[in-house]
Design a protein around this ligand. Structure first.
Ligand SMILES: [Mn+2]
Length: 380
């Protein structure tokens, strides 16, 4: 059997910062995308990959520095295999680019389609690609590419496949533009969520290599593509993220704190950062609401994960709020002052309530009840 392997990654966004706050080490934000790319290079070397394709957004437009480009150059050189790059919307030229050249094994596609013929393990392979000409690409780049029917062809392009229904429209194409083009593997970039849109031919978004917040949660990394007898025989996702963002949601009615700790500990790593949502009623919901900091600390210790935030969502029935409001109003000033004093955040400002007239106080409680009802309607 004649075969080879290659690595497909995209949206490295090297230098990018986190969009959500990391509890204890903000410094990780700057390093994480670099560490993930180093892990991809390690994987390519360990798996004996013959080449790598990078489908755009190598650098993060806002945050990449000359040192970021130097880092990429050195890691690309360490990889030692041919690396093909198609530029994306984040890759416009920087003043320092010409002072920090890429090593000779890196081939960056130009703004017009090009095909590079290579030979791996005695097999002819075509790698075809095209780059963004500027930050906003109005052309349908993918439609400009095609393969050779007799040769295994990889097409590398940063584009927005309409059917994926995500990302900012840039270099838009439709899935049908990619069919019947004699391309065996469409190596795409731009959409940060990993997805295989077709297997005939392969149309693959590997997603970005490092999540920057809870909107980019879950494992992130690259695809290792195995080819035998001129066909893709296996597609393996390899997670390489340095920090993994995780969203966990539990029902307070069905788990207690210890069970939750077990759920969190299950295939967790110390580099995970968790956003926890506690729904329903019960002891867990009570601690999530009244003692979020304490719960965060205890769960973090028991499950060896970092918890960035805890949200509690207790669905109180509407009439419940109204009757709570009514009993507050019936209780008069004493009841309102007692409620304010019992609240740990606002009790220091209880004297402000004392200076309100009875009418003002009633109106404030009524507004609060209505506001709460409206807010709940939005959530339910
Ligand atoms: Mn991107």
């Amino acid at each position: 059997m004649r075969g080879f392997r290659f690595v497909h990654c995209a949206d490295l966004h090297l230098g990018s910062r986190f969009k959500d706050f990391l509890p204890d080490d903000p410094g990780e934000a700057g390093r994480s995308s670099l560490e993930s790319f180093s892990a991809i290079v390690d994987m390519a070397l360990a798996e004996g990959a013959s080449f790598m394709v990078i489908s755009g957004d190598v650098f993060d437009r806002r945050n990449a520095l000359p040192s970021t480009r130097l880092f990429f150059s050195k890691e690309a050189e360490r990889a030692g295999i041919p690396i093909f790059v198609s530029k994306g919307n984040h890759d416009s030229e920087r003043p320092w680019d010409r002072y920090i050249p890429f090593p000779r094994n890196v081939r960056v596609f130009g703004a017009e389609p090009e095909t590079v013929k290579i030979r791996v393990n005695g097999i002819d392979v075509d790698v075809t690609g095209v780059s963004f000409a500027s930050r906003y690409e109005g052309r349908n780049l993918a439609a400009m590419l095609r393969g050779d029917p007799g040769t295994f062809t990889v097409a590398c392009v940063h584009c927005d496949v309409e059917e994926a229904d995500e990302g900012h429209p840039n270099a838009v194409c439709s899935l049908s533009d990619l069919m019947d083009k004699d391309v065996d593997y469409w190596a795409l970039g731009h959409i940060h969520r990993r997805r295989v849109m077709s297997e005939r031919p392969y149309v693959v978004y590997p997603g970005n290599i490092q999540g920057r917040g809870f909107k980019e949660s879950g494992p992130k990394g690259a695809y290792l593509v195995s080819v035998s007898d001129d066909r893709v025989s296996r597609l393996t996702f390899v997670p390489t993220q340095s920090v993994q963002w995780k969203e966990v949601s539990v029902d307070s009615g069905s788990v207690d704190e210890n069970e939750l700790a077990e759920i969190l500990a299950e295939d967790s790593s110390p580099t995970d950062v968790v956003s926890l949502t506690v729904k329903g009623k019960g002891a867990l919901a009570d601690s999530a609401f009244h003692d979020a900091e304490g719960l965060k600390e205890r769960l973090g210790r028991k499950a060896h994960v970092r918890i960035a935030r805890i949200e509690s969502r207790t669905d109180v029935p509407e009439d419940g709020i109204r009757s709570a409001g009514e009993s507050l109003m019936e209780g008069g000033r004493d009841a309102v002052e007692a409620a304010v004093l019992s609240h740990r955040v606002i009790r220091d400002h209880a004297h402000a309530v004392g200076s309100m007239t009875g009418k003002e106080l009633k109106a404030a409680v009524r507004d609060a009840v209505e506001g709460l009802e409206r807010a709940m309607e939005d959530r339910l």
